[in-house]
Write a protein that binds this ligand. Structure first.
Ligand SMILES: C[S@@+](CC[C@H](N)C(=O)[O-])C[C@H]1O[C@@H](n2cnc3c(N)ncnc32)[C@H](O)[C@@H]1O
Length: 258
């Protein structure tokens, strides 16, 4: 599907009101506190610029998707409506299922193609490996979206497992990685949700940039745009077992990141 064809599937009735396919979304970066998702109106925790950029940066063919961070279910429903993938898997740390999303899935008979794992951390590599095997077998992934903890170690754990599983040309999207650099007293102060994180997620992005320069066959492109990092997988197939992004770049003997 071309970018234009994909864009044509989106109908904005206002900056926070989106229709895709037969579904309606409240697009709210704050997650619309106090508002429940329903099958008729899902809640997508993004804004219009993020959605438009995503549509422009996503790969041309998207059949297998791994979405990290379900929240109120908007991204799962959105990716289904936009791509109609063969398989869409979501994980979420919170153990409670999202009723509105379950109603959406049963209304569209998506029980087999959309598979959700609640009570599952992105850092639990054993659980993620089992899910990968059960849901995708040896099929490559086209798209991974990490919109989850936004913390360095958990994000790196799932990336080390999932980045090698992308097909050549597949995209790994890391959302909201830049919180340590956002301007304003709130984010530059000591009273926000990531204030105790010593190593911000930016370290992961910088590591990925260095991998792209050292091993273009593994990462062919890094695009930083509107709060997200889009990492495109190169054609390299023989990725080492136990891949670790922190050991996957050259530095001519220098210590670049502490
Ligand atoms: C920003 S929200 C996801 C928004 C959703 N993708 C959307 O676009 O509507 C992040 C979600 O990730 C979950 N989360 C946070 N840390 C996690 C972790 N370590 N593993 C799995 N999920 C986590 C949170 O509970 C929250 O529901």
């Amino acid at each position: 599907m071309t970018i234009e064809e994909r864009q044509a599937r989106l109908r904005w009735d206002g900056p926070d009101c989106l229709r895709v396919g037969g579904s309606r979304f409240l697009v709210a970066l704050d997650g619309a506190p106090g508002t429940r998702a329903t099958a008729e109106r899902l809640i997508l925790m993004k804004n219009k610029v993020m959605v438009d950029t995503f549509v422009e940066q996503a790969p041309d063919v998207v059949e297998n998707i791994f979405d990290l961070g379900i929240f109120k279910g908007g991204s799962i429903a959105f990716y289904h409506e936009l791509f109609v993938p063969k398989k869409l898997v979501g994980i979420e740390l919170h153990p409670d299922r999202v009723k509105g999303l379950d109603q959406f899935l049963s209304a569209h008979s998506l029980g087999a193609s959309v598979r959700l794992y609640y009570g599952t951390s992105q850092q639990d590599v054993r659980a993620l490996s089992k899910i990968l095997l059960r849901e995708f077998g040896d099929q490559p992934l086209d798209l991974v979206v990490d919109d989850c903890s936004h913390k360095y170690e958990p994000a790196k754990a799932s990336l080390n497992l999932l980045l090698p599983r992308l097909r050549s040309g597949g995209v790994y999207l890391l959302e909201d990685w830049g919180w340590a650099h956002w301007p304003g007293d709130h984010w530059q102060g000591s009273d926000h949700q990531y204030a105790n994180e010593l190593k911000p997620m930016s370290n992961l992005i910088l590591e990925l940039v260095m991998v792209a320069e050292s091993r273009p066959g593994l990462i062919s492109e890094v695009v930083i745009k509107n709060g997200a990092a889009y990492i495109t997988r190169g054609p390299e197939t023989d990725i080492e077992d136990g891949f670790d992004v922190s050991n996957a770049y050259l530095s001519a003997g220098r210590t670049i990141l502490s």
